[in-house]
Each structure stands twice: as structure tokens, then as C-alpha cells.
Design a protein around this ligand. Structure first.
Ligand code: TXA
Ligand code: MG
Length: 327
């Protein structure tokens, strides 16, 4: 992978590569993405090949503006309201698609997932060169998402020609995905960087958790196929425990707390924490890096303390649950 600093010349060059149908690893505020021109199915096909991702798993299309997004989907009122409040940012809207979007991108569905990312370099690429970019997280299918360009290079460096340096991702977990139907129903497909509480406050209506309710389109794991139980998985076996509990950590195993322990275990090379004070924004930002670092250490097992199941904690616990799921 050839790495580029985020200046005008780099952006100009990489935009040219994208228009020519090539794939670029680029930063967003959530995680790094593996991007290709969303309107070019041949370009997008490479994303699936590079990631080893099944073709039934649709891609998120990144846009530079709400206007660009209108060309790609139908916009129910509630979706407009959400985009108004949360774009650019870590919210993906699944909306009825328009013809312009290739079937390969949506895996043949009649909906498309759209997001305007907040990372300044991603935004400059999208708006400055009128690009619409399909981009999943830039990791091999089923592995932990990358929050630095080094992470991308470590697991996909041989297979991706171009990478844009954008620093460590500030959110650190992927976007929240919600589906908005023409009838105005809003359902959660994946918790992420925008909390459900924030969505509900703006909407003035509940957001149904479609992960549990399992209506027709979620059965068979079809609503968001990437939400397979085992996802984001490191090779080290993980075990989870509820906040405040003290698990039976075995010989040589590691333990990761949400915040620095006030007393108890000393700094012993096996005790870690994701934040000083338990701030969920910090925990989310550090989580994937910690999973990757510990995966390199070869611990027989790593114990993770769960977050509170609200706000960003919902996304943190979701990712921990998937990372720990048995293969
Ligand atoms: O934060 C993010 O969302 C990152 C950055 C790069 O934007 N992207 C990301 O993409 O996480 P990916 O492909 O790793 O996860 C996208 C999820 C998948 O689970 C996919 O199944 C789901 O979105 N998805 C995409 N299109 C969909 C659709 N039309 N209906 C339902 N789910 C969809
Ligand atoms: Mg992913």
C-alpha cells in the first residue's frame, strides 16, 4: 500500500484513482473504509474480493451532501429530519433506493445505505470531486475494524494499492445504522456512534431495535448481513463480564476494564483499561485498537468488562459481544 498525506495534491491524485475504478483506503471519523466509486459495479466488485466479503452483504455509500444523497434514494420525512441533525456524522440511513445505485452495491435489495462522513479529508474527497463512494470497513471480512491506517496496512496492505492518512479515528466504532420506511417507521439495524437516545429525542418517537424484534426482513440475517453473530473477531478467545463483577481470571490470562481500576490489580502486563474514568466516548475510540494489540500478545484468553447498556455503551457491548462470539 502506498500511503498519502492529506494535502490537495494527494486528494487530487486519489480522486483520479477512484474515478478510474480503483480502490482506496481512506479515513472516516468512525473507522477506516475501503472505498470505490459506488456508481461503478466493476470498481465495487474489487472491494468484495479484497475483503473476502460475500456478495450478499451490501455496502454503505458515502456522500458529500444531502443533495448528492437525494439522487440515490427516496427520502421519507423522518430521514430528512435525521440527516439534518446528524450529518455529517456517524449515522447511516437505509432508504428506498433509486435506479442509479448498482445492484451489486445493495446486494440486490430495494434499499441503499447512505452516510455523509464527518472526517474532513473524506468530506473533501466526496465534495471536491463529486464522488459517491461505496466503502465498508477496511478489514478482512470478520476481523476487527481498523481505526488507524497502520491497522489497514497490517491486515490488507498487500491487497490495497492506495491509502490516505487521516490520523486515528475519533469515534472508533462504526456508524449507527437505521432503516427508515416510506411509512415513517425507524428501526435500528446496528448500534454505533450516534446513540439511540439521541435519535429518539430528535424524532420524538421510539426507535425499534430490529436486531431483536426480527421482523421478516431481519430473519435469516438479511437486514444487515454483516451483523452476523461472529464479526469483529480477533483470534484470541474473549470472555465478557458485567460491570462491577470480578471474574475468575485464569493463569496467564489478561483482563480489560472500562476504566482504570481504583485499587486491586497492579500494572502487571496483564491488566488493561480502555479509559481513565469510564467515559464511553474514550472507550469506543480505544476499543478496536486494544482488541488488535492484545490479539498480537498471544494471551490464552482476554476478559473484557462490559459497558453500561445505554448511549454509546450499546455499540461498545454489541462489538464486544460479536468479538467474543464462538466461531
Ligand atoms: O462507520 C461505518 O459505517 C463504516 C465507515 C467506513 O463508514 N462502514 C462500515 O461498513 O461499517 P460495513 O460494510 O463494515 O458495515 C455496513 C453494514 C453491513 O452490516 C451491511 O450489511 C449493512 O451495513 N448494510 C448495507 N446496506 C444495507 C441495506 N441496504 N440494508 C440493510 N443493511 C445494509
Ligand atoms: Mg465492517
Amino acid at each position: 500500500m502506498q500511503r498519502f498525506e492529506g494535502n490537495n495534491a494527494s486528494l487530487e491524485f486519489l480522486a483520479g484513482r477512484l474515478k478510474a475504478g480503483e480502490v482506496v483506503a481512506l479515513p472516516t471519523e468512525t473507522v477506516y473504509g475501503l472505498a470505490a466509486n459506488a456508481l461503478n459495479p466493476t470498481a465495487c466488485r474489487q472491494i468484495f474480493e479484497i475483503k473476502g466479503r460475500p456478495l450478499i452483504d451490501p455496502l454503505i455509500v458515502h456522500v458529500g451532501s444531502q443533495n448528492a444523497a437525494r439522487r440515490l434514494a427516496e427520502w421519507p420525512e423522518k430521514a430528512l429530519l435525521l440527516a439534518e441533525h446528524f450529518w455529517p456524522g456517524p449515522l447511516t440511513l437505509v432508504l428506498p433506493k433509486k435506479k442509479l445505485v448498482p445492484d451489486l452495491v445493495t446486494a440486490g435489495r430495494d434499499t441503499v445505505a447512505l452516510r455523509q462522513p464527518a472526517h474532513p479529508l473524506a468530506l473533501r474527497l466526496l465534495t471536491g470531486y463529486d464522488l459517491q463512494l461505496a466503502a465498508p470497513s477496511a478489514n478482512p471480512f470478520g476481523y476487527v475494524s481498523p481505526t488507524t491506517l497502520d491497522h489497514v496496512e497490517a491486515s490488507l496492505g498487500e491487497r490495497v494499492a492506495w491509502g490516505l492518512e487521516g490520523g486515528p479515528c475519533q469515534v472508533g466504532v462504526e456508524s449507527t445504522i437505521v432503516a427508515v420506511t416510506k411509512a415513517g417507521e425507524v428501526g435500528l439495524l446496528r448500534p454505533g456512534g450516534v446513540s439511540v437516545e439521541a435519535l429518539e429525542q430528535v424524532l420524538g418517537q421510539p426507535v425499534n431495535d430490529l436486531r431483536r424484534a426480527a421482523p421478516d426482513h431481519v430473519k435469516e440475517g438479511l437486514a444487515a448481513p454483516g451483523m452476523l453473530a461472529r464479526h469483529y473477531s480477533p483470534s484470541t478467545p474473549l470472555a465478557l463480564f458485567a460491570g462491577g463483577e470480578t471474574p475468575a481470571v485464569g493463569e496467564g490470562e489478561a483482563i480489560v476494564w472500562q476504566k482504570r481500576p481504583a485499587s486491586g490489580p497492579a500494572i502487571d502486563g496483564q491488566t488493561f483499561w480502555l479509559s481513565e474514568d469510564g467515559n464511553p466516548a474514550v472507550v469506543a475510540r480505544e476499543l478496536f485498537g486494544m482488541l488488535r494489540r492484545l490479539d498480537e500478545r498471544g494471551f490464552p484468553r482476554v476478559w473484557f468488562e462490559l459497558a453500561e447498556d445505554s448511549g454509546l455503551g450499546l455499540a461498545i457491548n454489541d462489538r464486544l459481544g460479536r468479538a467474543a462470539a464462538k466461531r
